[in-house]
Design a protein around this ligand. Structure first.
Ligand code: SAH
Length: 257
């Protein structure tokens, strides 16, 4: 079940932090590490800091963009040391652990996303997440070391997993849920939907690309709350396609009426 939870590190500068994160993960029973465009990897420093967790580094997937890292995911939790302009559904690490384990137990794919050492995650990256996670640190000194933040979240995942009885007890739930998760839209399907939605809103002049006013971020937050499944997704895509045809004056489904 814990193998359904991936840790995603975005644009990490210091290889030592990648090693530290791998060690923290392995201590807590997590194994899937995804690195988005790391500055210096593989590296001796990462191996040194990983201690006995080099297997996690060897198995790490290196990808070019956050979008690539989230392919196949159903639930994305993005960590942030700061408040952002558009308020987003917010969890503390304990709630995140419980939510990640509940969803993983239902056969879903979860990502815990961590930002750059100096700049964290961009607003755009945070808007790709269903929830934001803040470790309630000292407001005057709120930013933890990256590997320490991975440790806190991984520990909470482990505590929630242990509280849920660990691996064995959830077999039934996994079976029931694998049916459900097959139906939930994945992050990549949602991304294609958002692209289609944005184009359509421009076509009908609801969205002015010169003055977007956070519209797409607000819509991401709305649809992100909705656990859209595959058949709902095809309804939404169908509506967009027909809307675009009307906007272009092309023949569409109700052309005779
Ligand atoms: N200066 C950056 C902090 C980056 S710290 C900023 O202001 O955003 C590197 C990463 O560690 C963050 O992107 C986040 O993933 C994690 N992190 C550090 N402190 C955190 C906190 N208090 N809560 C949640 N995540 C935190």
């Amino acid at each position: 079940m814990l193998q359904n939870i991936r840790v995603v590190l975005v644009n990490t500068s210091h290889p030592g932090n990648i090693g530290g994160a791998a060690r923290a993960m392995k201590n807590m029973g997590l194994s899937r590490l995804v690195l988005v465009d790391p500055l210096d990897f593989p590296s001796h420093e990462a191996d040194a800091r990983a201690s006995g967790a080099s297997d996690i580094l060897e198995g790490a997937q290196v990808v070019a963009t956050l979008e690539d890292a989230l392919v196949g995911c159903n639930l994305v939790l993005g960590t942030s040391a700061r408040d952002r302009r558009i308020p987003w559904p917010l969890l503390d690490p304990r709630e995140s652990g419980v939510m990640a384990v509940e969803h993983a137990g239902q056969g879903e794919e979860i990502a815990l996303v961590f930002g750059r050492e100096y700049a964290g995650l961009t607003n755009e990256e945070l808007q790709r997440c269903h929830y934001h996670v803040h470790i309630p640190s000292n407001p005057d000194f709120s930013s933890l070391n990256l590997a320490a933040a991975v440790q806190v979240l991984s520990y909470e995942v482990r505590m929630a997993w242990l509280a849920a009885g660990g691996q064995a007890s959830k077999v039934e739930k996994v079976e029931v849920a694998s049916v459900r998760s097959g139906e939930l839209a994945t992050m990549d399907e949602m991304e294609r939907f958002y692209e289609h939605l944005e184009k359509t809103l421009v076509d009908i002049a609801f969205l002015d690309p010169e003055k977007p006013k956070h519209l797409m971020a607000r819509l991401r937050r709305l649809y992100g709350r909705s656990s859209v499944n595959r058949s709902e997704m095809s309804i939404l895509r169908g509506i967009l396609t027909e809307t675009q045809k009307v906007a272009r004056g092309e023949p569409h489904k109700r052309k005779d009426q």
